[in-house]
Design a protein around this ligand. Structure first.
Ligand code: M6R
Length: 596
């Protein structure tokens, strides 16, 4: 989704802003822009498409002189991705960038801006016009910002500069993420710490409906009613090397290959001083006392959630279900008497999931967030948080966060009650080793992707039980980065309709890791083969057969998703790479989906 960077200091702002925007490219965008203040005027440059277009247009930022500025990458919601709709938006006095959606923009246009001529199709322009309006009688900017917070409904993270003031910029936030980077002789604003980590590792949080005045040597944070807030900065646990590709051609492959390390890190982080796996008692109490666990998530996190449901039911014997957040919020099922909610989100910022969290909190229920991002919205707003410790996930396609989510869910389920006596500390260590073995077979996956996926229009993943859950994730991975239309299917359900789509040469990939259903899935493979399918089998050694193309080493059956997903991630990666796509930034997608 959209990205924001702001800088005020002694150096030229534009190159720093462009560099910050480059760090946010992973979030997905379709246009970019900069606004820089100099001598009582603001200069704006925008470009559609990749950031490099803006870099070229501004000669790497050199053509925009000034030490105060804001930048933005836009993922279109209101209006087409063109230069007019790109941010920054500029009125008669202010220039601003915005992440989020203003829900009452039509009402605000009618009430305050009847005679205003708008140039863009965006909701953002309403904000800048309002700011002009609220200061036209000579009101102070901070008073106008408080007025703005009062009238705006929806989500917004704003960075604002004023053509009448070269010594400050403003940050305003509601629901959309925004941070202030604290420097020496400079300060920054960013929608994500990554945009600023090359310059500082110290950050201030801004909470909903707060605003900040950011100058070269200070940051002041206020409530929406002008009360100054005394807030200490915190040090980000982020390393610059975490956000660079190193020798890898794409973040996607780097992150796939980090998975053994991530599993080991999860194991380490969830051990107590005696070396036993540990989950805080207050979380376990809530989980043990509830009568059903409702897992809420989107996309890949939802796919981890359905594996989590399996763990709670099969390891802890606790009723659980996993729901797609965007459905749950408006089509809420009848809840049990004592529900407990688990939100799973890599970014911790997903608007659909947050909408459910807001709803269930209003209903008086408690929630735990499992996320990769400390201090993220879903983490702050839930009663408890468990972190994934996966390190920053930059590629749009989630890989290492999925396996970290599944591992944390297994640890959590076993901590609630370990009815099957699984030794997770040992079994997860086996998983990490097996993953390592899988990562040394990348040539095989590359060859298979070329053979099965290079020219196909569509593809099917089939499996049963927990393998079916992995098929859903494998299919999402393949379709989102290679654009091959792929469906994950319950193998037994195929013959009830979908088998009609099998033609000569249609790739059908089966995942087979479970002892009780391996023969059934193999029969389904025979059925599709008889209709011309080109089948590829990913099996676990204990249930493998001669001729299976990918055989993964044995792990505890319950943890099979952690290893069977790895070849599927590789196949998706190579299918995209071999087609010449930008694997890390698939079209139309954003890393952190902060609009509903
Ligand atoms: O940050 P979240 O885990 O809440 O994001 C949820 C989905 O948007 C995300 O998993 C998406 O499906 C990925 N592109 C999958 O690779």
């Amino acid at each position: 989704m959209c990205g924001i960077v702001g800088y005020i200091g002694e150096k030229q702002a534009a190159p720093i802003l462009l560099d910050g925007l480059a760090k946010l490219e992973y979030r997905g965008y379709d246009s970019a822009g900069l606004a820089v203040y100099k001598d009582g005027a603001i200069s704006v440059q925008k470009a559609v498409g990749k950031l490099v277009n803006l870099v070229n247009k501004t000669d790497g930022g050199a053509s925009l002189d000034g030490t105060l500025g804001i930048g933005h990458t836009r993922w279109a919601t209101h209006g087409k991705p063109n230069e007019t709709n790109a941010h920054p938006h500029t009125g008669s006095r202010f220039s601003l960038v915005h992440n989020g959606i203003i829900e009452n923009e039509a009402k605000l246009r009618r009430k305050y801006l009847k005679d205003t001529e708008f140039v863009s199709e965006t909701d953002t322009e309403v904000i800048v016009r309002l700011l002009d309006k609220f200061t036209e009688g000579g009101e102070d900017v901070d008073v106008a910002i408080m007025h703005l917070i009062d009238v705006l409904e929806g989500s917004y993270a704003l960075a604002i500069i004023d053509s009448l003031d070269g010594d400050r910029m403003y940050a305003v936030k509601n629901k959309s993420p925004l941070l202030i980077g604290k420097g020496e002789g400079f300060n920054m604003i960013g929608s994500d710490a990554m945009a600023m980590i090359a310059h500082t590792e110290w950050f201030y949080e801004i909470h909903d409906k707060e605003f900040a005045i950011v100058s070269r040597d200070g940051v002041e944070i206020f409530t929406s009613y002008s009360q100054k807030i005394d807030r200490e900065p915190y040090k980000a646990e982020l390393d610059l090397s975490d956000v660079s590709k190193g020798t890898y051609p794409f973040f996607t492959i780097k992150e796939i290959e980090e998975q053994p390390l991530v599993i080991r890190r999860v194991l380490k982080e969830y051990q107590d001083e005696t070396g036993e796996l540990y989950i805080p008692e207050e979380i376990l109490k809530d989980l043990r006392e509830c009568d059903k666990i409702y897992i809420i998530a989107c996309g890949t996190s939802y796919h981890a959630g359905i594996v989590g449901k399996y763990f709670f039911e099969n390891i802890s014997d606790k009723p659980a279900d996993s729901y797609v957040a965007s459905e749950f919020v408006y089509n809420t099922p009848k809840l049990t008497e004592k529900p407990f909610f688990i939100f799973i989100s890599q970014s911790g910022e997903t608007a659909d999931s947050r909408a459910v969290l807001v709803k269930i909190k209003k209903m008086g229920y408690k929630a735990l967030t499992i996320t990769n991002v400390k201090g993220s919205t879903l983490s702050r707003e839930a009663n408890h948080t468990l972190l994934l410790y996966a390190g920053p996930e930059i590629a749009v396609a989630s890989t290492k966060a999925y396996t970290a989510q599944v591992a944390v869910l297994a640890i959590l389920a076993a901590a609630v009650e370990n009815k099957i006596g699984i030794n997770l500390k040992y079994e997860l260590a086996v998983v990490a080793n097996t993953m390592e073995g899988l990562c040394s077979d990348s040539e095989l996956y590359s060859d298979l992707a070329r053979e099965y996926l290079q020219n196909t229009r569509n593809c099917f993943y089939i499996g049963r039980g927990i393998d079916y859950y992995v098929c859903l994730e494998a299919a999402l991975k393949l379709k989102e980065i290679s654009y091959i239309q792929t469906e994950g299917f319950a193998a037994g359900e195929l013959k009830h309709g979908t088998i009609a789509l099998i033609e000569e040469g249609t790739p059908v990939i089966a995942i087979i890791t479970q002892n009780n259903i391996d023969l059934n899935t193999r029969s389904n493979i025979d059925e599709v083969n008889a209709r011309g399918a080109k089948s590829l089998i990913i099996s676990m050694r204990s249930v493998s057969s001669h001729g299976d193309q990918i055989v993964v080493g044995d792990v505890h059956e319950m943890l099979a998703p952690l290893v069977s997903v790895v070849p599927a991630q590789y196949l998706a990666y190579y299918a995209s790479y071999q087609r010449g796509y930008d694997v890390d930034k698939p079209r139309n997608l954003a890393k952190s989906v902060t609009v509903e």
